[in-house]
Design a protein around this ligand. Sequence first.
Ligand code: PEP
Ligand code: MG
Length: 841
Amino acid sequence: MQQDDPQITLITPAAPIAARTHGGRAKCLQRLVRLDLPVPRTVALSFDAVHAIAAGDMPDLDALLALLGDSAPLCVRPSSEEPDWGGPRAILNIGMTEARRAALAPRIGEAAAARLYLRFVQAYAVDVARLDADIFDDVSDDPAEGLKEALAAYEDEAEEPFPQNPTVQLAEVLRSMARAWEGTTARLLRTAKGAPADAGLGLVVQEMVIGLGRGECGSGVMQLVDSATGARQITGRYLSQSQGRDALSGGADALYLERDPRGPSLEELAPEAFAQLKEYTALMRTRLRQEMQAEFTIENGRLYLLDGVRVARNARAAVGIAVALAQDGIIPREEALMRVEPRALNELLHRQVDPEAPRDVLARGIAASPGAASGRIVFTSSEAQASHARGEPCVLVRRETSSEDVRGMHAAVAVLTERGGMTSHAAVIGRGIGLPCVVGASEMRFQTGKRQLTAPDGRVLREGDEITVDGTNGEILMGRAPLLDAGEDDSFRVLMEWADETRDLAIRANADTPTDALVARNFKAQGIGLCRTEHMFFEEGRLRVMREMIFANSSTDRAAALERLLPMQREDFADLFRIMQGQPVCIRLFDPPLHEFLPSDRAGHRELAEALDLPLSQVTRRVEALGEYNPMLGMRGVRLGITVPEIYEMQVRAIFEATLLVAGEGVEIVPEIMIPLVSASREVELVKARVDAVAAAVRSETGQAFDFRLGVMVETPRAALRAGDIAPQVSFLSYGTNDLTQMTYGLSRDDAGRFMSEYVRQGVYPEDPFHSLDTDGVGELLSIGAERGRAAHPGLTLSICGEHGGNPESIAFCRTAGFDYVSCSPFRVPVARLAAAQHAV
Ligand code: PEP
Ligand code: MG
C-alpha cells in the first residue's frame, strides 16, 4: 500500500484523490492542502477500501498509522461522494488509552487528558460497541473520577476491558463506520436524498489537533454568510478547551467570532488567529467556488483547519449565495442558475412552517399547494366567508371542493380535503390563488355533517379549533405553528432576470381573475395561457342569472339571460387585457357541465324555486334531468358549445367587444380563444363558423377592425391523434394535460388520490402522473399531436396548460418536444422560469 496504493492515500497536493473514488470530504481536504492551509495530516480511504472493510478485509493499519505519525490521537470522518448523502457520525480521539493519557498529562494537564480519554470511551461505547448511552448517565463531572466510572461501566456492559491497543481501536472504528453505511436505514436515508443505492463511502483519518491544554486552545466553526438569508455576515462560534463542533452547543461559554455587543469574541481573545481564519475562509470561497464553513482548532494560539464543508442553507440563502458568487466573478451566471433547485423557490414564495419549530402532526395528505397557514376550522364556504368578514383566519375543511366553494376558498387561509389528488378542484384552485392546500387526507375521518374531524390517533377536532395546514409537506399540524415569512429579495429578482436571459421557452400563467393576472404579471409571466371562464359565473350576482339561463325554456328566454351576462363578461375580459398590457391572453370557452351551477340539496332547490319563481317540483325535475352518471365525460366543453351555442356566442362577443373597448384605451391585444374538450375536427369546424360569424357581426356593428386567434385545447387522446385534421383550422393547440392524463390512463382526477400513494409505493407508477407528466404514455400522445399538427400547419403554436406546466421535469419534456410555451399557476411561474433556464444551459 503506502502512497502509491490508491485505496489508502496520504492527502498531499498530488495524491490521486477524486470525489468519485474517495468522496467529497477527502477531495475538499486535498483542495485545502493545495491552498497551503494548515490542515493536519490526513489519510483518505477509498470507497473500495471501505467496502472491503465492511466485508471483513482490513487493510494494513500499522502502515496507515505510520503515514500519520504515532504521536497524536486520531479522528475518522465519513466522506460520501455528495456531502448531502450523509454518513456515520465522526469519531474523535481514537488512540486514547491509559498509556497515552499518562503521556499527554504533562503537556495538556491531568484533567484535560482524562477528559479526552473519557470522551473517547463514551463515543466508542455507543457508536462502535453499540452499548446504550444511558450506562453513562451517572458518570461524575470530575474528569478523573468520571473516567474511572465510565471504564467500569464499559467493562461491565461489554464484558471485556476497554481496548488498549490503538490499532485495534482504529480497526473497530473503521469496521463499524463501514458497516453502518451498508445498513438498511442508512441506505434508505441516502436514497431519499437522491443517492444511488450502491453509493460508496470513503473515510478520512486525521491526526488530531487536540483543542485542550495550555495556552489558548479550543475549537469552532466559521462561515461568511447567514445560513437563513444568505446575507454576508461572519457566523459561527468558538469555545475554549473544546473539540469538534462543541462550540455550536457550547451555550453561554461559546464566544462570538467577530467583535459583538452581545458578548466576548474570538476577535478580542486571539486577534491574529481570527484574522487568519477570516482570510482562510474567504480563500476557500474563491478557490473552491463555494460558500464554505471552516471547522478549526486553535492549539496554544496556533490555528489549524480541520475540515471545510458547504455552508448549510435554506432556499433563500441558496439563491443569495449563488447570485453573490456570480456577481463576484467566482462562478459564471449559468452555474449560479444551475445551483438553485427550482422547486426550492416555493420556500421563498410562500410562508412556511419554521423548520426548527416542534411539529405536532395530526395527519398527512397530498401536498397540493405549497405554503403554510394557521386558522380555525370551518366546514362550509359560507362559514369561511363569515369568518373572513370577522377578520378571523380560517381553514376550510371539506370532503372535496367544487365550483361552489371558490368564494369560500378565497376567504380561507388554507384548505384541507379528504378526497382528491394533484389536479382535483381544491388543488388547482389552491395553487392558482397561492392558497396552502392539503388534499386526499383520507387517514383522517371527515364528519363534515357533525362538524368534526378525527385524527388517526383519535384526537377529535371541532369547528373553531385551530390547526395549521402545511401545503409544502402535506401535513396537518395541531394548533398554530410558528411560520416564516416569504423571502423574495433582491437576489431572487437578479436570479430570475438571469433565468429570463437564458431560457428559450416562454412561460405564461393560468389566471382566471384580475387578482391572478396581477400575480402573474408581477412574476413576469409572458401572458395568460389559460383563463378558465366558468369561474367568473360564480361571482356575486351572476350565479342567479346563470341559473336563469340554465332554466330557460326557450331560446328567447336564454338569450335574455345571456344578454345580462354579456356586459359582465366583457368587463371581466377587459380587466384581464388591461392588466396584461398587450401580452397574449388565451380565454377558454365555457367547459364544465351545467349541473355544477345548480344546488345539490333539497334546501338549495327550494331556495332556487323561490328565486326563479317556479314550483319546487319543476326545479327538482330539471336538476335531475341535468344530472349525469359520468359528468366529466358527458355534456361539457365543446359538446355544450355545439348543443347550446348561445353560451359560446355570448362569450366570444364579450371577448371581441372587450378587445375594442381596451383598444380605445390604448391597449393593443390579439385575444386567443380556445375550445375545450375537442375530440373531432367537425366540432372545430362548427364552432369556428360561429366564432367567425360573431366576429363579422361585431366588426360590422362597430365599423372597427380587430384580430383574434382561435385554438383547440387537446385534452382527449383522439384530439392528439387527429391533430393533423384539426390543426389546419386553428392557430394553436394547447394541451390540457390534466384531462389528457385522466383519459389516457382512464384514471379519475378526483378519486385517484385514494390509492395514488400506494401505487407509487409499489412502483406501479414512478410518480403521480397528475403531478409529473407521464412522458412514456401521455408524452407520446403529446409528441404525436405535435408532429401531426405541425406537419399539417407549419406555423402552429404549441403549448401546455395543464398543471404539469409548473413541473420542472415536465417542462424539460415540453422544451425538447419544441413547444412554444408552458402555462402554469401564477405562483409557479418563477419555478417554471428557472426550470426552463436550467434546461437551456
Ligand atoms: C386540463 O384538463 O389540463 C386543463 C387545463 O383544464 P381543467 O383543469 O380546467 O380541466
Ligand atoms: Mg380540462
